[in-house]
Design a protein around this ligand. Structure first.
Ligand code: CA
Length: 298
């Protein structure tokens, strides 16, 4: 029997995958699983997985001649001690096997682990790429997931599409690209002599898919002083960049992420540009920044 399997990796997984050099003296774990669907996790999930572990899960479809897997992974360490063998040159939303079996291989090294992953899987139609979902704040046109089917995407009003507007189910049962994301651009100019810049919904958490640009404009001949009263962003994935000028190409004074409150800073010119980007998952409290102008004594 010819059976297809799929792994869906929710999009925030991709950014966390890092391969690390394995070591020896491995413990073994993993199991054999069967369709039509199910769930499994890395050892100890949602707590830290073991160091020096080698796990292999083998999933075999039974009822139909198709299988899909939905994979949810959670990693927070800088180096995740994970090697997952995936087909293709990019980490896709969905992975479809070409046979009735799929293998997942977890290899960890001797250092402290992360919380690991949770996997859902299910059987799907043969010669299908599986349902890749619809972007948050997006609209999908098309509902066929078979070879050569095309899905087209748009974003809801006010949102900006990042990625491919259409994807096709290829002969190898993989979509040609990940689904796009829809981001909400927030833009404003500050011209008052002093004021406060808050991240969206501060301090309740700024949410996902943001690309905010605030420009602070002072009098020519003056400079702008920033004081960070509070700062809490998802480390490494959400950023605030402060630029000395009003253009995207202006020199960067600083780029900030994580929960460490930056020290105060002052522009060289009379315009400051603050660019805030939040990715598609996880949020922090945000930031509270006050600004005022300083006149240069000649
Ligand atoms: Ca985020």
């Amino acid at each position: 029997m010819f059976i297809i399997s799929v792994i869906q990796i929710i999009s925030f997984l991709a950014k966390h995958i890092v391969s690390c050099v394995p070591s020896f003296n491995f413990k073994t774990c993993g199991s054999n699983l069967q369709g039509p669907g199910g769930t499994f996790t890395s050892p100890n999930f949602p707590f830290q997985y073991d160091s020096n572990a080698q796990c292999v899960w083998v999933i075999t479809a039974i009822n139909t001649n198709k299988v899909s897997l939905t994979l949810w992974l959670y990693f927070k360490n800088k180096c995740h001690k994970i090697i997952i063998r995936l087909t293709g040159s990019f980490v896709p939303d969905l992975i479809v096997s070409m046979s009735n079996q799929m293998w997942l291989h977890l290899q960890t090294d001797e250092s402290v682990g992360s919380i690991g992953f949770k996997v859902n899987y299910k059987e799907i139609e043969k010669e299908s790429c599986g349902d890749p979902g619809t972007p948050l704040y997006g609209i999908r046109e098309g509902d066929g997931f078979s070879n050569r089917d095309v899905l087209r995407f748009e974003c809801q009003f006010g949102f900006e599409l990042i990625g491919e507007k259409s994807i096709i189910c290829q002969e190898n049962n993989q979509w040609s690209a990940n689904i796009p994301i829809c981001i909400f651009p927030c833009l404003s100019n500050f011209t008052a002599p002093m004021g406060t810049v808050l991240s969206p919904d501060y301090p309740e958490g700024y949410g996902n898919n943001l690309n905010c640009i605030w420009t602070i404009i002072s009098d020519p001949g003056s400079r702008i002083h920033l004081s960070f009263n509070d700062f809490d962003l998802e480390s490494q994935f959400d950023f605030l960049a402060v630029k000395d000028g009003d253009s995207p190409d202006s020199p960067i004074i600083g780029t900030f992420t994580g929960a460490e409150v930056p020290s105060h800073l002052t522009s060289n010119g009379h315009i400051l540009r603050l660019e805030f980007q939040a990715d598609h998952s996880m949020s922090g409290r945000g930031f509270n920044i006050t600004y005022n102008r300083e006149y240069i004594c000649m």
